[in-house]
Ligand binder design. Structure first.
Ligand code: CAO
Length: 553
């Protein structure tokens, strides 16, 4: 067993590059030529391969580190020992690229650039032949600065942007997406070119600066005036593909980093599923609209009807139901579509907890029946729901955090008491609102509820009828059932579900007594309310329903 240090090979002009991805970890077995890390400059990214096979003993770099030729990347335990050589001694393809002599020189351009149109050509891109144009970063009519990137080219393993050596206006683009280009190929014609960057000096190290050399500018001028091309970043073509780095150009990576977008979560729509700047923008928009969140944010929250793929779940099953028997398809009603999307958001975004309890409404129901008898002639019917609204107002007054909404890191405590009630209509669920329920008696509340419920059934509720609620009651008491888990109607922080009251035997300390018990289900937002407060709220509500005189205390 021999320990060997794997170092950054010759990476051409690049002084310092950032480590943007670690492709191996201690304990991994790597083959010779297998990519170890990905590094990136302003303009290009590339993978650095291992010069030897072995087991990774220790990583000497971490994400964000700056490395340059000769920096130690990791220590390998080499099983073969002697046959392994450090990268510097056995140049990786990158190093080989850097070592190849610059191709025959096109002419210098700077001097001639100020007059007439200027041709911009592909500079020395090392060993790379037939690299594909995967992104055009300018179009005819664009004004470009010297050093501004004109296009991105890509080989199997590296991508790089080709900058312009001159400032000017793009008159004509001579390449299109998917074209294969080589050193010296014409990229574009610039007009009014001026401010040429200093002619890169030919040198064994291929020019200066930490970015690929500017595309060679060639004025249609005598060949003698041409300058030797300078080197682009010499990428490598290691034999073992790793495929771990999202497929995107350095400028798109930089853009994504600036926005904090995790590129590995972005779906590329470019050639070969390449991630474009538009893909990053679309991803950002989706997150802003709440249609997606990053994995780091705890998963996705797709809008109503969103696919489970965004949550990392299996896609929704697609079944041809007609295979199993006759079916009929119906479009969802407008109300169902709207309420569905809202319910979905609320269910996903609010950490719900539901407390169940029972309220003894024996005396209250007797009172209600008596009232209704008294008012038989006038036709004004008092409903249990009206009492529940009044009781809820009393509980909201006692526990003000239930009458609040979250606004960022603040709680908005409301000093008004507007109570929504869920109403079942042929077209779906709606929630009309009884405004200022604290200022109204149960008879008035019952009358208003009857009017609003009729409007709801007739599809005549206006936005004003359905807005401003502080707390909602969903009553299934007229239908049946015992308990359920109502979904909070955001931005409210709690909702009360009510089911059908039943006569039950209740132990009074001496004997079982028949009592009319009303099942209550209170769902609350755990970001705002604690379990103990919820239990107290329910218990207080029950006490009021058992004896309304308590509201006077
Ligand atoms: N226990 C026992 N009986 C009850 C009761 C309860 N908790 N609540 C109501 N009842 C009785 C009423 O007294 C009435 O009986 P009578 O006709 O003998 O007087 C009967 O049930 C029907 O009441 P109702 O439902 O018409 O009236 P309401 O005031 O209770 O409710 C409204 C009005 C609009 C809320 C209701 O019609 C409705 O739409 N409920 C459905 C709400 C809903 O869909 N919630 C689920 C939302 S989540 O999908």
């Amino acid at each position: 067993m021999a320990s060997i240090e794997v170092k950054v090979p010759d990476i051409g002009d690049f002084d310092e590059v950032s480590v943007i991805e670690l492709l191996v970890k201690p304990g991994d077995t790597v083959k010779a030529e297998q990519s170890l890390i990905t590094v990136e400059s302003d303009k290009a990214s590339m993978e650095i391969p291992s010069s030897s096979a072995g087991v990774v003993k220790e990583l000497k770099v971490k994400l964000g580190d700056k490395v340059k030729e000769g920096s130690v990347l990791l220590v390998l335990e080499s099983a073969g020992g002697a046959e392994s050589k450090p990268a510097a001694a056995a140049p990786a393809p990158a190093a080989q690229a850097a070592a190849s002599p610059p191709p025959a020189a096109p002419a210098p351009a700077a001097a001639a650039a100020k007059t007439g149109p200027v041709e911009i050509r592909v500079p020395d891109i090392g060993d790379f032949k037939d690299v594909a144009v995967i992104e055009l970063l300018v179009k005819p009519g664009d004004t470009v600065k010297a050093e501004q990137s004109l296009m991105t080219v890509e080989s199997d393993k590296a991508s790089m942007e080709i900058p312009s050596s001159l400032a000017g206006v793009v008159k004509e683009l001579k390449v299109k997406l998917g074209d294969k280009v080589n050193i010296g190929d014409l990229i574009a014609v610039l007009e009014g070119a001026a401010g040429a960057s200093p002619s890169p000096q030919p040198s064994p190290q291929r020019g200066e600066g930490a970015s690929p050399a500017p595309a060679t500018a060639v004025a249609p001028a005598p060949a003698a005036e041409r300058t030797p091309p300078t080197a682009a970043l010499p990428p490598h073509e290691p034999g073992t593909p790793t495929g771990q780095l999202p497929h995107a150009s350095p400028s798109v990576r930089k853009f994504a980093r600036e926005l904090g977008v995790p590129l590995e979560e972005v779906k590329g729509t470019g050639p070969k599923s390449r991630i474009t700047q538009e893909d990053v923008q679309a991803f950002t928009k989706a997150v802003m609209k709440g249609e997606a969140t990053t994995k780091a944010a705890g998963g996705k929250a797709p809008a109503g009807g969103g696919g489970g793929e965004a949550l990392g779940l299996l896609p929704w099953p697609k079944v041809d139901f007609a295979k199993f028997g006759p079916v009929e398809r119906q479009d969802l009603s407008r109300i169902k579509k709207i309420s569905g999307a809202n319910l979905h958001r609320n269910w996903v975004m609010i950490p719900h907890v539901t407390n169940h309890d029972d309220a003894d409404i024996t005396d209250l129901e007797a009172f209600r029946v008596m009232l209704n008898k008294e008012n038989e002639k006038s036709g004004a019917k008092v409903t249990m729901l009206a009492f529940l609204i009044k009781a809820s107002v009393a509980a909201l007054k006692k526990f003000p955090q239930f009458n609040s909404s979250l606004d960022g890191e603040q709680l908005v405590l409301k000093q008004y008491f507007h109570i929504g009630f869920a109403a079942d209509t042929p077209n779906g669920l709606v929630v009309p609102v009884i405004k200022d329920a604290d200022k109204k008696g149960v008879i008035q509340i019952s009358t208003e509820m009857g009017e609003l419920a009729k409007k709801a059934r007739d599809g005549k509720l206006g936005p004003a009828d359905m807005s401003g609620a502080c707390f909602t009651i969903s009553s299934l008491g007229g239908i049946g059932g015992r308990y359920f888990t109502p979904i909070i109607n955001a931005p409210e922080v709690a909702i009360l579900g009510v089911c059908k009251s039943l006569m039950e035997p209740v132990w009074d300390g001496k004997a079982f007594q028949p009592r009319l018990m009303l099942p209550l289900s209170l769902s609350w937002d755990h970001r705002v309310i604690d379990g103990a407060a919820a239990a107290r709220f329910n218990s207080y509500l029950g006490a009021i329903l058992a004896d309304f005189r308590r509201t006077m205390l």
